[in-house]
Design a protein around this ligand. Structure first.
Ligand code: GLV
Ligand code: GLV
Length: 378
C-alpha cells in the first residue's frame, strides 16, 4: 500500500506535479480554491505519513490523534508555526518542516513598503484618485503630507525601532540604511542575553559599508522602544508570550508622528488600542500586513472604520494651519508580506521538499529543532 501525503492547499502546477511524480505516494490534495475545511483535513489525515499544511490549518492534539502513529512529518508552508501544537508533535516524534530564510527579503521589502505607505498616505491617495477627488487637492502645498522616513533638516535624526530583531528585522534595517536612518533600537525576548556580538558586527558593517548614516544599533527596554522610535517595526513571533505587547500603554508612549508597521503576527498588537491610538492621534499611522482575528477584518472593523478627516497632527514641526488634513491613517494589506512570485514559488517547493525528506527519513532542507524550541519557550 502506498504511503499517503495530505496537501491542504493547491501548491501550484510545478510543485504539485513534482509530488504526483512520486509513484510510491498517494497524494491527497484539497481540491478547492479556498481555505481547506478542517473536517476534510481530519478525515484525510487518518493513516497519512506526511502533511503539507498552511498557517490557517490548526495542527493540534486532535489532528495528531486522527493521523495515528503512521504520521512522520508535518510541513508548514510558512516561516511561522504557532498553529502547530509543538508539544503534541514532539511527544509523537513527528518532525516539523517550515520555510525560514527564503522569505526574509520579501517580507523586509513589504515592511519598508508599509512604512512608506502609512507615512505618506499612499493607500488613501489611491482611493482619492479613484473617487475622482484629485482636482480638489491638486498641489495644495500640504496635500497628503506625512512624516518623512528619511532625515531632513527639520528632523535630522531618524530612529528605526524593531520589536524583535531576527532575520527579517535585520534585512529591513539593511534597507533602511539606504534611506539614511541614523539610529536603530530593538528589543528581543527578555529571556535571551544581549547579543553584543551582533551589535558589534552590525555597527562594523554599517560603519564601513554602503551607508555611514547609521550611528548606533542598541538593544533597549520596551519602554525606550516605544518612546524613541520614529518608525517601529513589529517583527517578533506570535504566540502567548508576545500577545498584545503593543497595547494602549505602549502606544501612549510613542511619538505623535510615529508610524507603526506590523508584518509579523496580528496578535502582537491590540487592535482596539491601536484604533484608539489612531483616532485620538497618539501616533501618526499604521501599516499592517497582519491583524488580530484575520482574515475576518471587514468594513466594520475598528481599524478599517477609523476616520478619514483628522483635525490635529501634533508634530512639533507642524504648525496650526496644517491641522486639518485628509487621510486615513491605517493601511491594511491582507497578509501578503511574502507574496512575490519568486518567494512563494520558493516556499511551496521548500515545503514539498521538507515533506518528501520527512517521509523518506532524510535530512530536511529546513527542519525546526523542535526540542530546542520547546526548551527556549518561556
Ligand atoms: C507568514 O506569515 C509566514 O509565517 O510564513
Ligand atoms: C513636483 O512635481 C515638483 O515639480 O515639485
Amino acid at each position: 500500500q502506498r504511503r499517503k501525503l495530505v496537501v491542504s492547499r493547491d501548491l501550484g502546477p510545478d510543485t504539485m506535479s513534482l509530488l504526483y511524480a512520486r509513484e510510491d505516494l498517494e497524494i491527497v490534495a484539497w481540491p478547492e480554491d479556498r481555505r481547506c475545511e478542517r473536517s476534510w483535513l481530519l478525515e484525510k489525515i487518518a493513516g497519512a505519513t506526511g502533511a503539507i499544511v498552511m498557517l490557517s490549518d490548526k495542527i493540534d492534539e486532535e489532528f495528531f490523534e486522527r493521523a495515528g502513529p503512521s504520521l512522520k512529518v508535518v510541513s508548514t508552508t510558512s516561516v511561522g508555526f504557532e498553529q502547530v501544537d509543538l508539544h503534541a508533535l514532539y511527544r509523537r516524534k513527528v518532525r516539523l518542516g517550515y520555510t525560514p530564510d527564503i522569505l526574509t527579503d520579501a517580507v523586509a521589502d513589504a515592511s519598508v513598503m508599509l512604512a512608506l505607505m502609512a507615512g505618506r498616505n499612499a493607500g488613501e491617495g489611491v482611493t482619492l484618485v479613484k473617487e475622482g477627488k484629485w482636482p480638489n487637492f491638486h498641489f495644495a502645498p500640504f496635500f497628503f503630507t506625512g512624516p518623512q522616513l528619511s532625515p531632513t533638516p527639520l528632523s535630522p535624526t531618524r530612529t528605526a525601532g524593531f520589536l524583535g530583531f531576527g532575520r527579517i528585522a535585520q534585512a529591513t534595517l539593511t534597507r533602511l540604511t539606504a534611506f539614511g536612518l541614523t539610529h536603530c533600537i530593538y528589543t528581543t525576548n527578555p529571556a535571551s542575553p544581549p547579543n553584543t556580538a551582533l551589535e558589534a558586527s552590525l555597527a562594523a558593517r554599517y560603519n564601513t559599508g554602503i551607508s555611514s548614516s547609521l550611528r548606533s544599533v542598541r538593544r533597549v527596554e520596551l519602554d525606550e522602544l516605544a518612546r524613541a522610535s520614529d518608525v517601529l517595526f513589529v517583527l517578533a513571533p506570535g504566540g502567548e508570550s508576545t500577545h498584545h505587547v503593543v497595547n494602549a500603554d505602549f502606544l501612549r508612549k510613542m511619538k505623535k508622528h510615529a508610524v507603526l508597521v506590523n508584518t509579523s503576527r496580528g496578535t502582537l498588537v491590540d487592535s482596539d488600542a491601536l484604533a484608539q491610538a489612531l483616532h485620538e492621534e497618539w501616533i501618526w499611522g499604521a501599516g499592517l500586513d497582519v491583524v488580530e482575528g484575520e482574515p475576518h477584518v471587514g468594513a466594520d472593523h475598528p481599524l478599517v472604520q477609523e476616520p478619514r478627516y483628522v483635525q490635529y497632527i501634533g508634530w512639533e514641526c507642524i504648525t496650526d494651519h496644517l491641522r486639518k488634513l485628509y487621510f486615513r491613517r491605517c493601511v491594511i494589506i491582507p497578509h501578503i508580506g511574502s507574496a512575490t512570485f519568486e518567494t512563494r514559488l520558493g516556499m511551496v517547493n521548500l515545503a514539498a521538499g521538507n515533506a518528501l525528506a520527512g517521509i523518506d527519513d532524510e535530512a530536511m532542507p529546513a527542519e525546526l529543532d523542535v526540542a530546542a524550541r520547546i526548551a527556549s519557550q518561556p
